[in-house]
Design a protein around this ligand. Structure first.
Ligand SMILES: Cc1cc2nc3c(=O)[nH]c(=O)nc-3n(C[C@H](O)[C@H](O)[C@H](O)COP(=O)(O)OP(=O)(O)OC[C@H]3O[C@@H](n4cnc5c(N)ncnc54)[C@H](O)[C@@H]3O)c2cc1C
Length: 454
């Protein structure tokens, strides 16, 4: 089916990716129908959901800028300059994320960002947003998008071709493609769960440093906290589901306060209503979703978490979903057919999304464990020195992912592995010395790392 101006296009799910994508499509003149199962967030309080705030970084910002939205998004953003590491019995230490002033990430409230995107989407007269509309799946042979209007209780169909499904990690569209044998789906659950807790603002403002992402790394588990614009923090406890230190052991409510007092002694006093919050807030699962293919001919494409949900430890799920939107919009300039567009999109994104899925899992180990390891911290300091000396060739992997959208995720993974080998070789040579051998570093970097490639 060829791509025509003013053509109807359906988008399922007005979450972060769906709302942004609908804006980009409406800007190009398509007649977008956007279906969302939730009620209109502009009416009443938002529904409770996953993660109250999120880390926004350069890839997400590039997509929002591309859509002309950054001016409105900026007031929602709180700069986080690094990880503030809290060890038991020691003062907290800030490990900066980058070494240039702009190398920071931002905390944004999910509900506020989503509401803003929805408001912007509704400014396009060619865009129809249907709230309280549940999608039950895609009937590809029948060319029908199956919908249910919660207000009237009515089931109805809309033409399927073309539809872009952004209905999140539990995608109904993906499930329907799987049932029809059109996609294979593998869910890789993590054996750790999470629970969110709110640290309220104090009488005179924030109770923690506001310009940092706080981490309490405890090897097998961790607590983190991200700032909110009202001076509060959203903390998240990541913990194994079962085992000696786990959510299972905290099922006995009398264990919760002693556990926090022992493991997070500086955070515990900031959570006076810990037990009540623990009982009220859900314990949620995480995992990686692998789907292949992401599209069914020219009928339907899965995008964002619907195609590739990842674990949250690199703070990149939303950023990757926004980068999906940016990529699809750019490809619309070159493609004349929906099927070819969807295939091009999948070709360009698949290896990159696999790379960030892997890096996100690896980053859990970094956050809960390696930030406590002196060898890791020494290598990080060296990596920063090497970046200053060879800024075109050596960029720490975290920085490539968070601050360099011109370097793809797959390339960041590949270059990161070579850089790690170089750091390991320098460590081996240095022994216990805090300094590395510049001549070896220079040789290894010039021979093993080419100039920065996009
Ligand atoms: C604990 C946690 C922390 C995270 N932290 C970060 C972070 O710091 N940085 C980051 O970049 N990412 C983070 N993420 C990931 C991020 O939340 C997701 O990657 C992002 O929300 C994906 O956007 P999406 O639009 O694809 O899906 P969603 O945001 O989930 O949106 C899906 C939308 O579809 C709607 N919907 C679902 N099913 C249907 C249906 N059947 N019919 C109609 N509508 C439907 C939903 O109501 C929702 O509006 C985190 C995730 C978790 C769980």
């Amino acid at each position: 089916v060829s791509i025509r101006r003013a053509q109807p296009v359906s988008v399922v799910g007005a979450g972060l990716a769906g709302a942004l994508l609908a804006i980009l499509l409406a800007r190009r003149g398509f007649a977008v129908s956007l279906y969302e199962r939730r009620r209109d967030p502009r009416r009443g309080t938002p529904e409770a959901g996953r993660s109250i705030n999120l880390a926004l970084a350069a890839r997400g910002i590039r997509a929002l800028e591309h859509a002309g939205l950054m001016e409105r998004v900026r007031p929602l953003m709180i700069e986080m300059r690094g990880r503030m590491v809290h060890e038991v019995g020691r003062p907290a230490v800030l490990l900066p994320y980058g070494q240039r002033a702009h190398e920071v990430i931002y905390s944004v409230e999910r509900a506020a960002l989503n509401r803003l995107l929805i408001e912007e989407a509704l400014r396009f007269p060619g865009l129809a947003l249907r709230f309280n509309t549940l999608c039950n799946g895609a009937d590809v042979p029948g060319d029908a998008l199956q919908l249910h209007d919660a207000a009237s209780g009515r089931d109805y169909h809309a033409p399927l071709t073309p539809t872009i499904a952004t209905d999140g990690a539990g995608s109904a569209v993906r499930a329907s493609l799987q049932r029809a044998g059109l996609a294979s789906v593998r869910e890789e659950p993590l054996d750790h769960d999470y629970k969110e807790l709110t640290i309220a603002a104090g009488a005179d403002g924030c109770l923690l440093e506001p310009h940092a992402l706080h981490i309490w790394p405890r090897h097998g588990f961790m607590l983190i906290a991200l700032p909110n614009t009202d001076g509060s923090f959203t903390a998240t406890l990541f913990l194994p589901r079962t085992g000696p230190v786990s959510f299972a052991t905290l099922a006995d409510a009398s264990e919760i306060e002693p556990f926090f007092a022992r493991e997070f002694p500086d955070a515990a006093p900031l959570l006076p209503d810990l037990r009540q919050q623990f009982a009220r807030h859900p314990q949620a699962h995480m995992g990686t979703v692998h789907t292949a293919p992401w599209h069914a001919a020219d009928h339907v494409l899965l995008l964002g978490d619907a195609a590739h949900a990842i674990v949250p430890f690199h703070g990149q799920g939303m950023n990757a979903a926004f980068e999906d939107c940016y990529t699809l919009d750019r490809l619309l300039e070159t493609q004349a057919e929906w099927g070819a567009l969807f295939a091009d999109f999948e070709r360009e994104r698949r290896a990159n999304v696999a790379a960030i899925a892997q890096m996100a899992i690896e980053n859990y180990g970094e956050m809960r464990e390696r930030v406590l390891d002196t060898r890791f911290l020494r290598q990080q300091a060296w990596a920063r020195e090497l970046e200053r000396e060879f800024p075109e060739r050596f960029i720490p992997r975290y920085s490539m992912v968070m601050f360099h959208p011109e370097i793809s995720y797959a390339e960041a993974l590949r270059r990161g592995a070579v850089q790690q080998e170089i750091l390991d070789a320098l460590s081996q040579h240095a022994g216990d010395s805090p300094c590395f051998d510049w001549a070896s570093a220079d040789h290894l970097i010039r021979t093993r790392l080419s100039l920065k490639a996009p």
